[in-house]
Design a protein around this ligand. Structure first.
Ligand SMILES: [Zn+2]
Ligand SMILES: [Zn+2]
Ligand SMILES: [Zn+2]
Length: 176
């Protein structure tokens, strides 16, 4: 997809959710730019609600409360309730997303809730990786083992190893 189309798509999603000036997570940026058709937010929220590792809803304070409240939400208000879930996990630093020790993130690559400390999304490889993997800037690929040299070029760890070490975080419509 062209950069412009992707940016427009992220703009449409932000409008639909009433979000202003918040950058999406690296994982969602990849998902949005790779989706063939426009992103069906309703369907996406339902997927997140029923995604694998649903015990995330028992560990993450925000998610636990969201699930609890859902029981009492009327059908007419359900879309807005789902939007809360989307805003919480589609955007970086959305209020509430820094809460608690059990911080869970949604991996659109894996269709699953993942513990934030265990999984990260590489912006170059465009995939979610285990925390034990790091991105080798020489091979331009992720490699396994934080304390091991790169499996391809034997370079020692270093370079960037997390989502947040990348620039452009302030750009709300950055497409990967
Ligand atoms: Zn991902
Ligand atoms: Zn990588
Ligand atoms: Zn390498």
């Amino acid at each position: 997809m062209s950069e412009t189309r992707c940016r427009n798509r992220l703009g449409d999603i932000a409008n639909a959710l009433g979000v202003e000036g918040k950058p999406v997570t690296a994982c969602f940026a990849t998902y949005a730019s790779q989706a063939d058709n426009s992103v069906d937010l309703k369907q996406l929220a339902k997927k997140m609600d029923h995604g694998r590792a649903t015990d995330a809803f028992g560990f993450d304070d925000f998610l636990e409360e969201w699930k609890e409240k859902k029981k009492a939400v009327k059908e007419a208000d359900m879309e807005e309730h789902y939007n809360k879930l989307l805003r919480y996990r589609l955007y970086k630093d959305y209020p509430g997303s820094e809460a608690g020790d059990g911080y869970w993130t949604y991996s659109f690559c894996r269709d699953s809730w993942e513990e934030e400390s265990c999984t990260w999304h590489c912006r170059v490889c465009k995939e979610c990786n285990d925390w034990r993997e790091w991105h080798c800037s020489t091979c331009n690929k992720c490699t396994y083992g934080v304390s091991l040299p790169c499996e391809r070029c034997s370079k020692r760890g270093g370079g960037f190893d997390s989502d947040d070490d990348f620039g452009q975080d302030s750009d709300s419509f950055w497409c990967y």
